[in-house]
Design a protein around this ligand. Structure first.
Ligand SMILES: [Zn+2]
Length: 669
């Protein structure tokens, strides 16, 4: 190809890719598959390699990122990037409103309200419509030049659209860069699998991703950006108010949050704050409040700014995710390892979008520290996906309820209890045939992450124990047809199904067996790590603490638990019994990338947080395939919110349906 033809082809490809990007993000209606998109992009990249002089500043090939050798240089902002004052209640917000009226006596004030996204502020500079600089906020006056990283974000336009709106000669615009919650979870899961430190929250993950020296990695993190204000512009600026700016910014090709609202009165602002607070958990990214701005720029100018923040804008922060309720009872639970855990039963209360009726009190020292008693009113807190926690007692019950005392015997079997030697806090039921422990162990053994014996649920386990059919885990492999027919509601068909599921479970890899054994402190991930390292159970049995604790992701506590488990009276006999039943004790060597080999997937509905392209990327990365329609050839249909007719079809054809969570578990287990 000669240079002229190459130039024409590069232009054609650039245009086409830009259009696909627009459709993908701003109209949410892609017309090409990711594969076709990648194909266009790689064709462009190879042409630019062949003719480097033809590579433009705004070429979509910048989306893939590059590696640089030095950290981001400092860059002075053309206009100061203020931070906003915070308010923490509607009352404080109203005080701000009153201050505005003192500054603008007798004037009507309109507002623009938007969600406050918990991300990283960024400034984008465009010269003659081309992106020339991307910077972090820094201290507001000087930030860091992170142009390469920000160019990888597909919602950041590399060149502005001139179709509807004149493009200013120089435009400096601000937005929030963030990582959607689903991507944040995927990233952390992947990091934790690799033994890397996880990010504490999406904001840290975003900030870390922007500052990477290798923006090719940034490009894979699916960061997004919403534009919310502008810093300065020269010539061609067309907007007179914040609302006007938002509409026109959209026409210029910027990504605008769909939850913007023009509020004609302050009452509308309050309503917006309350609505947003209620639905904050339905939003696929972290939102921690609302930002309110005076709409009219002339009014903004007259109100001015303090040293730190503008007077015409303010943040309303949502209250922490806490709730108060009454303790209706304190009970003691017996876990599968015999550990006794005090649990507060609560009068049901809404907190962070879910109803809470129980909260763990962790251990008996914690109960003492809190001084918690039945009838007390307590403050609960929920953070992210974590189990609710009792923070403190707010008001003591006026009834004379007795202080809660740690039990002297196991509340289930009445057996002796003892303090664990290593841990002076936890109490254990030491009766090895305690029925509650056995029940928990069996349920755990059969659970999905472990041996995955469908239809061996709680109700069946309870019956099996009650009828004396099982005395340990291994006994389930000795169950026969006649035994199971004695169970309530068990007819031929159900019995056969259960027997088949039990038989199938014998093929599970060592990692699942190891997790299923319920060794203290050994979760799914640790079990997988150990199985991969030792490959068979006998080898693990021989391992010593010094070997185990050296393994990444294992450490001293787990190493001790493993050795202790294998030394325990009864373990050897149990394992022998399981082995004689024909249960697999080997970890198959996994070939990277073939988890979903040849499996065919169809997606339907809105996959909260996860984009379609990411979802299909995951499938392909693991050897699977994406189909457009559901047929008998489909292996799985993954269900998002508001699924379409594909769901009905999947049900009709008996195709296995997965929730998004199940799909993710499939890949990351
Ligand atoms: Zn017990």
């Amino acid at each position: 190809m000669d240079k002229v033809a190459a130039k024409r082809e590069i232009e054609r490809l650039t245009n086409e890719i830009d259009q696909h990007n627009q459709r993908y993000y701003n109209q949410n209606s892609p017309i090409v598959s990711d594969k076709e998109y990648d194909h266009l992009l790689s064709r462009l990249i190879s042409l630019e390699k062949e003719f480097p002089v033809l590579k433009k500043n705004d070429s979509p090939s910048h989306r893939v990122g590059i590696k640089i050798s030095q950290g981001a240089p400092a860059v002075k902002h053309r206009a100061k990037m203020f931070s906003l004052d915070n308010t923490y209640s509607i009352g404080e917000l109203t005080d701000w409103f009153k201050r505005l009226h003192k500054g603008l006596p007798g004037e009507k004030i309109e507002f623009v309200a938007e969600l406050k996204i918990d991300g990283v502020s960024a400034s984008l500079t465009y010269e003659k419509g081309q992106m020339v600089l991307g910077a972090t906020r820094g201290d507001g006056t000087v930030g860091e030049d992170v142009t390469y990283a920000l160019k990888t974000i597909r919602t950041v336009p590399l060149k502005l659209c001139r179709d509807k709106e004149p493009v200013p000669d120089l435009l400096e615009i601000r937005g929030e860069v963030f990582m959607p919650l689903a991507d944040f979870r995927l990233l952390n899961e992947a990091r934790s699998c690799k033994g890397e430190q996880v990010f504490a929250n999406p904001r840290n993950a975003t900030s870390g991703s922007i500052k990477l020296l290798d923006s090719r990695v940034t490009a894979k993190r699916n960061l997004q950006c919403f534009i919310h204000s502008f810093g300065m512009s020269e010539r061609g600026r067309n907007w007179q108010s914040q609302w006007d700016f938002i509409l026109r910014a959209k026409d210029l090709g910027f990504n605008i949050n769909p939850h913007y609202r023009l509020c004609l009165t302050f009452e509308d602002v309050i309503a917006y704050c309350q609505e947003s607070q209620e639905r904050r958990h339905d939003i696929p990214y972290e939102v921690d409040g609302v930002v309110v701005k005076v709409n009219n720029f002339k009014q903004q100018e007259r109100l001015g700014a303090t040293l730190k923040s503008p007077r015409w804008a303010i943040a309303y922060k949502f209250p922490a995710q806490q709730a108060t309720t009454v303790v209706s009872n304190i009970v003691v639970q017996v876990g599968r390892t015999g550990v006794l855990t005090p649990v507060a039963e609560l009068e049901p209360v809404e907190c962070a979008g879910v109803t809470i009726s129980r909260a763990t009190l962790h251990n008996f020292d914690e109960v003492k520290r809190l001084g918690i008693k039945q009838g007390d009113t307590v403050l609960l807190q929920r953070a992210g996906d974590v189990i609710p926690k009792v923070i403190k007692v707010v008001t003591k019950s006026d009834k004379k309820s007795k202080p809660f005392k740690a039990p002297k015997r196991c509340p289930v079997c009445g057996g002796d209890i003892a303090k664990d030697r290593d841990d002076q806090v936890a109490l254990h039921c030491i009766n090895p045939s305690c029925s509650k422990q056995l029940e928990r162990r069996l349920i755990h053994f059969a659970s999905r992450g472990a041996m995955d014996i469908e239809s061996l649920g709680e109700a069946v386990v309870l019956q099996l124990i009650k009828k004396g059919m099982v005395k340990d885990i291994a006994d389930i492999y000795a169950l026969g047809k006649e035994d199971l027919l004695k169970l309530e509601l068990f007819k031929e068909k159900k019995v056969n199904r259960l027997l088949k599921a039990i038989e199938e479970s014998k093929k599970q890899p060592l990692s699942r067996l190891l997790f299923g054994l319920g060794i203290e402190n050994i979760g799914e991930k640790a079990a997988a790590v150990l199985a991969k390292k030792y490959e068979n159970l006998q080898a693990l049995q021989r391992a010593e603490v010094v070997d185990l604790e050296k393994i990444r992701d294992v450490g001293k506590v787990m190493a001790d638990s493993i050795v202790k488990f294998f030394q325990q009276a009864g373990t050897e006999k149990l394992i022998d019994k399981i082995q004689r039943a024909g249960v697999n004790m080997i970890e198959p060597v996994e070939i990277e990338g073939v988890k979903l080999l040849d499996k065919k997937f169809v997606f339907t509905g809105e996959l909260s947080g996860l984009s379609r392209s990411q979802a299909s990327g995951l499938v392909k990365m693991h050897g699977g395939e994406i189909l457009a329609t559901v047929s008998k050839k489909t292996d799985y249909v993954v269900l998002g919110r508001n699924p379409g007719s594909k769901y009905a079809k999947a049900k009709r054809l008996g195709v296995r349906v997965l929730t998004l969570k199940e799909f993710q578990e499939m890949i990351y287990e």
